[in-house]
Design a protein around this ligand. Sequence first.
Ligand code: TNX
Length: 547
Amino acid sequence: MRRGVNGAAWVAVLAAVGLGMASAAFGGEAEGPRPAIIPQPVSMDVRAGQFRFTPATRIVAEGAAAGEAAKLADALAPAMGCRLQRTAEAGPNTVALAIDASLEASAGGEGYVLEVAADRVTLKASAPAGLFYGIQTLRQLLPPAVFSPAKAADTAWTVPCVRIVDRPRLGWRGLLIDPARHFIPVADVKRFIDAMALHKFNRLQIHLTDNEGWRVEIAAYPELARVGSQMDRTRRRTGGKAPPRFGFYTQADVRELVRYASARHVTLVPEIEMPAHTGAAIVAYPRLSLTPGALADLPPAERWRKVRGVVAPRPATVAFLQDVLAEVVELFPGRYIHIGGDEANTNHWKTSDEMQAQMRRLGLADVHALHSWFIRQMDAFLAKRGRRMVGWDEILQGGLAPGATVMSWHGAEGGITAARAGHDTVMAPTSHTYFDYYQGPREAEPRALGGFIPVEKVYRFEPVPKELTGDQAAHVLGGQAQLWGEFIRDARHREYMAWPRAAALIETLWSPPAGRDEGAFLERLARHLKRLKAAGIHFRPLDAPGA
Ligand code: TNX
């Protein structure tokens, strides 16, 4: 780590921003410094002059562009104190949004071309997602006060004249939240999605089940949520200090979250953990356990102390969990369903006569093969329903299921192995993307799981391992950071752990790697944080103690 050097660099960056450094130092051609867009667009040509939004500015949009135009009006309304109206014809003082199918080849579905001239703004994309991302860039071109949820007085709503051509480097730009450990109310999930969307993240993995809680209503097995959401395990882990966060998402809650996320071009990726991290399910349904008898006699509140957190992978358990997945598939329309697959203590299977007999019956050589047998049935079940199964990299042990996408968390190795075998992968290594780890000196930070991943380190994350050939690299769908919830108690704390590190991550996933420049990024980030401040999003300040 070059912490000493970074510390010194920081003082210079912060001083420069504080003094409103002259435009020339930032290479800006027009008035003011070059716009600080995060993630950095593919190309940005800044010209002289500016466009000014006024209450008389009109938005032009037809057909599929109209939905995105309404989101632009919604985004500007609180701070401007007025909602811009639509008009039929592009002319002076208009912002015109249009779907242009011919951009598909150059911009893909998420890219856009944004042109700001002194008298009008034109935004084009081949699909609504591209328009949405162009709008996010346009918001960042405005003064930071535009992110304020309340009317910002005395602000000139100007945008520098620019031409921006942009598209993401990678398609899976994810974050993980963990309501299993500390339940996250629906309103807080929405808040988190808003912050993601303004940074152009597009996947939110929700870790819905674990030893500490089951957080989604399953109609076929009502005890999962009823009993499994009321456990007190996380509290024990935090030494009894944190209040318990009980709760679960009803199916109506899930539908609302899916709708909310999809309006912001975020796909929810539900994670239903199996065969391990299943303590809450076993407490609710002891028949999933290797030793059901010992549990069933206890009252549910006593059971979790005896639960080993791994199910018995017998055919009845497979059927049970497939019933669960059948409902999950109905609730979550996204293509990817995550089945966990990590950290199974298979010793419990080794010492079980029942499992040894089952392995002989199925001709499985060892417990890894048993794990793989179990996971393959989930893969086949999801594939039949047109979905793709995702699992943590332990699903490689004992042989990969044919349709599996591997989420590589023990470093890059799992992803490299998967890509070489022709499987898709998402890079989520503990080295750079575990945002439950410390981001500053321990004594100055809220208690975290361990580790040390400061924002500069996140910015050095390279999601596409250089070991891969071009064809293999095409299997790297993207990357994802994890906000595991053992110690994250509420929305404010979650935001503190997420930002600004996720701002660094998104740039590694969206922007061309050739343009990566840590010093320039940190300078842009200091200015970007004014937007988060205006939006009321909590973050770790760049000048926090020990930075
Ligand atoms: C490992 S990453 C886990 C999680 C923990 C996390 C804490 C993974 C697949 N499993 O259950 O929350 O470490 O950093």
